[in-house]
Design a protein around this ligand. Structure first.
Ligand code: SF4
Length: 466
C-alpha cells in the first residue's frame, strides 16, 4: 500500500514554459500550453510522496537518480498515471508535437552467427539449411532499389559469420557508397565492430576509422540489451561485455560517428537494471553528445531459444503493456535534457500500442524498414514494412504532426495536420511489388543464398547450446 502525501511543498515543475526551439525553427504551431498545471498540485497531494517529489523535480528539469527511476518503474495506479502525464508534458516542452519517421531499408545480409544469444531466434549455425548469406552485389541491389523508392538510409546489421574476412564490413560499405554516394549507411553494431576488429587484427579505433573512411555514417547502438554483465552472462554468455560496448560507442563518438542507443527489456531484468542502464547512457551522452536517439526494444519471446528451449530459468514472456508504457515514460523523464529523441518500435509493439507510446514521451515512429528479419524471426507479428502514408495517418490520428527526417534528425519534409495529398514512391508499390522485396521466410528458404553452399568452412565446432 502506497502512503499518500498531503504535505508536499509548492510544486516547482510548472514554473516557466520551456520553448521548443527545434520545432519552432521548423515553423510549426505547437500545441497550446498544457492546462495540467491547474490540477498538478492536487494530483501531487494524492500520490506517494517520493514519487511526487521525483516527478516534480523532473518537471523542473532536474535529473532523476537511479533510485528514483527504479521507483518510477514500479509505479502503479495513480502514480503510474502521474508518471505518464509528466512524460508527455516533458515531450511536449522539449520536442513539441512533431513526430518524425525515416524512409529506410533494413538489410540483414546474413543470419549465420558464431554466437548463441539466448534471446536471438534470427541466427543459424553455418551448417544449417536456413543459414543464408547475401552476396555484396545483392546487398547493393537492395540498397539501390530502396534509394530509387525514396529511402535515404540503409540499416546494415547481421550475424557474425565464422572465418569472416576482417575487412568485409569495410568492403561492403565501399561497394554501397560506390553505387549510391549519398545514401546514409547506418551500419554495424558494437558487436560487429568488435568482431571486425578482432578478425582484422586491429584496434577498435583503427577499425572504426576504416569504416568511417569507407562511408559509414552512423552505428546502431544495438547489442546493448541490458548493460549489466550479470544479466548479459545469463541471457547471452560470450556476448560483447558492457565495457567493450562502452568502448566501441565512446570511440565512435570521439571519431565523429554518431550512434543510436537501445535497451532490450522484458526478460529477466528488474526495475533497477533498467534504471541503471538508462543512467549509464545518460552519463555517456553527457561526456560525448554522440547519441542521436534512444530506442527501447521489448523482448519478443515466442521463438527465443532461452524461452522456447528453457535455457534460462524464469524468463518472462516479454514486457506487459504497462511495462512498455513505463519504459517510454521513464526514458523520457531520465533522458529529456540529454537525448530528446525517443523512438517507438512499431515492429515490436504494433501500430496501435505505438500510438499510445507517442502519448507517453515518444516523438519518433521509426522507419519504413521494407525488410525486417530479427523481430520477425523471433515471432513479432506486425509485418516487415509500413508505408510512409500509413505512418503519417497513424501520427495524425492522435493529433500530432508527421515529418520525414534523416538519420541524424534533420527534417526533410514536414506535413500538415490535415488531409494527406502526398505520395511517396513507396506508397505506390502494389502487393506484387512488395512481394519483390522478398520476405524473411523466403530468404531462409532460397537455395541460391544458402551459406553452406557458398562457403566451404572447416571451423572448430561451437559449444552446443545447453
Ligand atoms: S544477437 Fe547477434 S550476435 Fe547474438 S546470436 Fe543473434 S545474430 Fe548472433
Amino acid at each position: 500500500m502506497v502512503a499518500k502525501n498531503h504535505s508536499m511543498p509548492e510544486p516547482s515543475g510548472w514554473g516557466g514554459e520551456n520553448t521548443k526551439p527545434q520545432a519552432e525553427a521548423w515553423g510549426i504551431r505547437q500545441s497550446q500550453t498544457s492546462n495540467l498545471h491547474s490540477i498538478w498540485p492536487r494530483l501531487l497531494s494524492l500520490i506517494d510522496r517520493d514519487v511526487a517529489r521525483t516527478l516534480d523535480r523532473a518537471l523542473a528539469g532536474e535529473d532523476v537518480t537511479v533510485e528514483e527511476a527504479t521507483r518510477l518503474f514500479d509505479a502503479e495506479g495513480l502514480e503510474l498515471n502521474a508518471l505518464v502525464i509528466v512524460a508527455d508534458e516533458l515531450r511536449r516542452r522539449s520536442v513539441g508535437d512533431v513526430v518524425t519517421y525515416i524512409l529506410n531499408r533494413n538489410i540483414n545480409f546474413t543470419n549465420v552467427c558464431i554466437k548463441h544469444c539466448g534471446f536471438c531466434a534470427f541466427s543459424r549455425d553455418h551448417r544449417e539449411e536456413e543459414g543464408y548469406f547475401l552476396p555484396i552485389e545483392e546487398v547493393v541491389r537492395r540498397a539501390r532499389e530502396a534509394w530509387d523508392l525514396g529511402a535515404t538510409e540503409v540499416c546494415i546489421q547481421a550475424g557474425l559469420p565464422p572465418k569472416m574476412d576482417g575487412y568485409f564490413y569495410v568492403d561492403l560499405t565501399r561497394a554501397i557508397k560506390k553505387e549510391l554516394p549519398d545514401i546514409h549507411i547506418h551500419g554495424f553494431s558494437p558487436e560487429e565492430v568488435l568482431y571486425g576488429s578482432v578478425r582484422a587484427r586491429c584496434s577498435i579505433e583503427e577499425y572504426l576509422r576504416a569504416l568511417k573512411d569507407a562511408g559509414v555514417g552512423s552505428l546502431p547502438g544495438t547489442s546493448a540489451e541490458i548493460l549489466d554483465d550479470e544479466v548479459r552472462n545469463l541471457i547471452s554468455p560470450g556476448r560483447i561485455t558492457t565495457a567493450q560496448w562502452v568502448e566501441v560507442i565512446t570511440t565512435a563518438h570521439r571519431l565523429g560517428i554518431p550512434t543510436t542507443s537501445t535497451i532490450m527489456y522484458g526478460h529477466v531484468e528488474n526495475s533497477r537494471h533498467k534504471a541503471a542502464h538508462i543512467a549509464l547512457l545518460r552519463d555517456l551522452q553527457r561526456q560525448t553528445g554522440g547519441f542521436t536517439e534512444f530506442v527501447p526494444l521489448s523482448f519478443i519471446f515466442e521463438e527465443a531459444p532461452m524461452y522456447k528451449k528453457g535455457f534460462v530459468a524464469d524468463v518472462r514472456t516479454g514486457a506487459t503493456g504497462a511495462e512498455v508504457v513505463k519504459m517510454y515514460a521513464v526514458s523520457r523523464i531520465m533522458l529529456n535534457s540529454w537525448i530528446p529523441n525517443l523512438q517507438v518500435s512499431w515492429v515490436k509493439e504494433g501500430p496501435k500500442l505505438a500510438q499510445v507510446c507517442l502519448n507517453v514521451g515518444c516523438n519518433d515512429f521509426m522507419g519504413t524498414l521494407i525488410n525486417e528479419s530479427i523481430s520477425t524471426a523471433a515471432g513479432a507479428a506486425y509485418g516487415q514494412r509500413l508505408k510512409p502514408r500509413e505512418m503519417r495517418r497513424l501520427i495524425r490520428d492522435i493529433g500530432r504532426v508527421p515529418a520525414e527526417r534523416t538519420t541524424t534528425y534533420e527534417i526533410r519534409r514536414l506535413f500538415s495536420r490535415n488531409e494527406d495529398d502526398h505520395h511517396d514512391p513507396l506508397d505506390l508499390v502494389d502487393e506484387e511489388g512488395e512481394e519483390g522485396f522478398g520476405s524473411y521466410h523466403q530468404l531462409i528458404h532460397r537455395q541460391d543464398y544458402r551459406f553452406k553452399d557458398q562457403f566451404q568452412l572447416r571451423v572448430t565446432p561451437e559449444p552446443s547450446r545447453k
